[in-house]
Design a protein around this ligand. Structure first.
Ligand code: HEC
Ligand code: HEC
Length: 509
């Protein structure tokens, strides 16, 4: 099996073992009380969690039912269980939901709602249950995120057509004026990515606050450079009256919130993305956005099923994704490949690739709170719940293997910077191919693609229409142009070395 996903697989294996081991709850609890969390006790803890989750869930369907989601989870119960005995059962349930082929009994389809992430009614009922371009376009999350294992990327056949707000989806979604075609990205390491983004947001916003209070104190305008984890985001100027000039801010929205998800960098959390994806791809509507609170209706899409995903169900999907191990580097057994990859690693720095594709960003905290601090209305927020679910990523065995710096921060080897860049210009324009500005981000700007799994996630580019790395590298215009030109002008052998290096990122062994 590939190195991908090994961490979470281990969880599932453990869980299966522990279910076998624990046919009675008292025995498991006895084991737990016995002392330090040894391997066996951990296994027991997971077993208790399973038992408890089953108890907490709503009435179960008959085992032969064609309902894919056979039990729904209650958020507060799940939060308490995870706090008491860890997240293994929740992660396992998340994998079940991620790989489930949702059915009409679960609420698949949205006859009277569009794929828009903001609840939007259709004018007329949908003609077809499934439409490849405007959705519902797939049966399961894993229909697209499958390569090389659940949570992975997808090839061109599973591209998605991303759009908002039109009502004649069947017609409009084929038109690039109304939708952007995107290739499916892998979710490996997504929990670490979200944690990095949260820390970066906190730091950037603190820099804004510091400039504001300095301006207030001195009575004079104060300019501050915005920078976090070594990545610069331009500068702002705060005036004494509290006004802030944001014209110098770069690569992030004016609210200084890093939105690490979506290739455009427009989604703040796995939770927010998951709620949108479930509606767009499957017509499965999460209560927290499409329920009565925000829409006034329990069954907004009018398909006869209410509460298709509870807050606890969404948390299970989030936990599964957040716990996916990041892609690993691969050490080729072929000597000449190893030598070429070493030389390529040097060129990657020398040609400026690493200016955007940062080798690693330092992460201080490993406690993943769900909901997160920057989730906003329409997604469950911290203020909506008694206590958040805390997933301690530090307890996952693959996290322990990641290198740390002198300060004890985990070095997340993402080969990215979670920043948007202008990536097309007049002469080199392939990445500037979209007509629609998603969330009003300039059409020629994309978030730096994380390269940590790039050897295993062909095809490339945001549209998934480039078959080889060379093509994707040559397509860099705009801010990437100088770096790309160094590559293009280099001798063939040097270019091959760079590719040899990239081909060690996340390759299956
Ligand atoms: C029809 C294919 C398809 C299905 C089904 C699908 N996705 Fe995706 N997913 C995509 C594409 C395409 C992207 C990239 C979107 C973009 O860049 O704008 C993506 C991106 C994501 C991201 C952001 C990843 C990142 O690093 O930017 C998350 C999270 C995600 N999907 C979760 C899910 C979940 C959860 C489900 C099931 C409820 C799901 N997806 C179902 C195609 C799909
Ligand atoms: C100015 C920042 C920047 C620099 C410098 C840069 N890149 Fe990129 N890179 C990006 C962005 C942004 C994307 C996403 C492009 C898209 O799909 O729209 C990207 C995408 C890629 C991809 C495609 C990944 C995928 O999964 O589709 C590869 C491969 C890549 N870069 C390699 C390189 C190499 C090699 C260099 C050095 C020669 C380099 N990049 C320099 C910003 C940069």
């Amino acid at each position: 099996m590939s190195l991908f996903f090994r961490g979470s697989r281990k969880f599932v294996t453990r869980l299966t073992r522990c279910i076998n081991f624990s046919n009675n709850r008292a025995r498991v609890l006895r084991e737990l009380r016995r002392g330090p969390m040894t391997g066996r006790a951990l296994i027991c803890a997971a077993a208790v969690a399973t038992l408890a989750l089953v108890t907490a869930s709503r009435a179960q369907e008959a085992p032969w039912s064609e309902q894919a989601v056979q039990r729904h989870l209650d958020f507060d119960t799940v939060a308490a269980e995870v706090a008491a005995i860890g997240p293994a059962a929740l992660i396992a349930q998340g994998e079940r939901l991620f790989t489930a082929k949702f059915t009409r009994f679960d609420g698949v389809g949205r006859p009277m709602a569009t794929q828009a992430s903001i609840p939007t009614k259709r004018r007329r009922p949908a003609q077809s249950a499934f439409v490849r371009t405007s959705g519902p376009d797939a049966n399961a999350c894993v229909s697209c995120h499958a390569d090389p294992s659940p949570g992975g990327a997808g090839d061109f056949t599973v591209n998605a057509f991303v759009s908002e707000g039109f009502t004649s989806a069947e017609f409009d979604s084929l038109d690039p004026q109304f939708s952007n075609e995107r290739g499916t990205t892998a979710l490996f390491g997504a929990g670490l990515i979200e944690l990095l983004a949260r820390e970066m947001t906190t730091e950037l916003q603190a820099q804004r606050s510091a400039a504001l209070s300095a301006a207030r104190t001195t009575g004079k305008p104060v300019s501050a450079a915005l920078s976090t984890k070594g990545v610069g985001f331009g500068a702002l100027t705060a005036a004494a009256d509290g006004a802030v000039d944001l014209s110098g801010v770069q690569g992030v929205d004016p609210d200084l919130v890093i939105r690490p998800f979506g290739q455009k960098g427009v989604s703040v959390s796995l939770r927010q993305f998951t709620v949108s994806a479930a509606n767009a791809h499957h017509g499965i509507q999460a209560e927290e956005r499409f329920g009565a609170r925000w829409t006034g209706e329990a069954d907004f899409d009018e398909d006869g099923v209410a509460a298709e995903l509870t807050a606890g169900d969404v948390s299970a999907l989030v936990a599964f994704q957040a716990a996916l191990a990041p892609p690993d580097r691969f050490a080729p057994s072929d000597k000449s490949w190893r030598a070429a990859a070493d030389a390529g690693a040097t060129l990657f720095e020398r040609w400026g690739c690493a200016d955007c594709h940062r080798r690693a960003l330092p992460l201080t905290g490993l406690r993943f709170a769900d909901p997160g601090p920057y989730d906003t209305a329409g997604t469950l927020r911290a203020a909506d719940v008694g206590a958040a679910i805390i997933l301690d990523l530090g307890a996952l065995d693959w996290v322990a293997k990641l290198p740390r710096n002198a300060a004890g921060d985990v070095l997340v080897p993402l080969f990215g910077d979670l920043k948007r860049h202008v990536i097309a210009d007049a002469a080199v324009s392939a990445f500037g191919n979209e007509l629609l500005a998603q969330n009003f981000v300039e059409r020629n700007m994309f978030m730096t693609a994380e390269l940590w799994g790039v050897a295993a996630t062909a095809p490339y580019g945001h549209r998934g229409d480039m078959t080889v790395l060379d093509e994707a590298i040559r397509a860099h215009g705009g801010e990437g142009r100088a770096s790309r030109d160094r590559y293009v002008e280099a001798p063939d052998a040097s270019r091959a070395e760079l590719v040899a290096f990239l081909r060690t990122m996340g390759a299956a062994q």
